[in-house]
Design a binder for this molecule. Structure first.
Ligand code: ADP
Length: 296
């Protein structure tokens, strides 16, 4: 991964000193960063995300997540190429492999299901969890996401996922909500069993975070990666609409899903809904409270 102090230095280091950014075309769809297709003077292209200079840490975290996911070789993940800040442009930036969408393969969803399940069964040694967690903290959207290594899944999900988000959301809660939060945190050990094996997770796999790649298959983007229970990733695929049944059928062929997942799914949803409450406000309070009523 190249670290550079300007966009032109990054492009020069990647492609040769005579190569420059010929044109930048805005790409829409993300909700945090600006995104660009950068056409190079040698005819190639790279994908660039940019934001204010203080956001460099977010790009460093994203690049680490992309690298970890890519290394498994299980599923399409764009290669992070370079990052840095550019004083002239007044931005921090992340350059990665540009994906131009191909025609979807006819078994797009089956392959996606197989590939995500293979990712979840991949070896997690060396990723910095113990076994849960990750080598560095990162971000869920723009919220900080703590990845302190922990030995028990329910401890990790309580201390690094639910409790910090509940604390941030405290201003939205009344006394009853706060009591239900405490009760729920106290019961997590019985509600969340240990998985049979730890899994590297994408961490934020709603349907805006995959695209069709040049090979017509699903490529996953914009991760909040860590090692955890694969059910947390599955729950996120279902939270805002869900993928088609073919995806889940294929997933199960490679990685069976325990029947108890149905009862646990809302607990995993709670993390993302609390995060949405903290990021986007009151509209998410009702969904959070419904889950607290059920478990707290
Ligand atoms: P944000 O960090 O703001 O959420 P995203 O990672 O979602 O941004 O990217 C914004 C949009 O850019 C995506 O919806 C997708 O369509 C497109 N995109 C993301 N990564 C690539 C890439 N490597 N190549 C081409 N297009 C991409």
């Amino acid at each position: 991964m190249i670290q550079a102090d300007s966009l032109s230095a990054a492009i020069g280091a990647l492609y040769g000193a005579d190569v420059t950014a010929a044109e930048r075309q805005a790409v829409y769809g993300g909700d945090i960063n600006r995104a660009w297709r950068v056409t190079l003077s040698n005819g190639g292209a790279v994908f660039m995300k940019s934001n204010g200079p203080a956001r460099l840490t977010m790009f460093q975290a994203e690049a680490r997540g992309l690298e970890a996911l890519r290394k498994t070789g299980c599923i399409g993940v764009p290669e992070p190429l370079a990052l840095g800040t550019d004083g002239g442009l007044g931005v921090s930036f992340l350059l990665m492999e540009h994906l131009s969408a191909g025609a979807r393969v006819s078994d797009f969803w089956e392959r996606f299901g197989h590939e995500l399940a293979a990712l979840h069964r991949a070896d997690t040694a060396g990723l910095g969890g113990a076994p849960y967690g990750f080598g560095a903290d990162n971000f869920a959207g723009s919220s900080p996401q703590i990845n302190t290594p922990m030995a028990r899944w329910s401890d990790f999900f309580r201390d690094c996922r639910l409790a910090p988000q509940m604390k941030m959301a405290a201003g939205y809660f009344d006394g009853g909500d706060r009591r239900r939060c405490q009760r729920l945190l106290g019961r997590l050990g019985e509600l969340l069993p240990e998985p049979e094996f730890p899994s590297l997770l994408h961490g934020d796999l709603w349907s805006g975070n995959f695209v069709t790649g040049p090979d017509g298959r699903a490529w996953i983007l914009d991760p909040a990666a860590y090692v955890g229970h694969f059910e947390a990733d599955l729950a996120m695929t279902e939270l805002f609409g869900g993928y088609p049944p073919a995806f889940y059928g294929a997933y199960r062929e490679v990685n069976p899903i325990d029947g108890g997942y149905r009862d646990r799914r809302a607990l995993y949803d709670l993390y993302h809904l609390l995060n949405h409450l903290n990021l986007f406000g009151e509209a998410y309070l009702g969904s959070v409270q419904r889950i607290l009523d059920r478990y707290g």
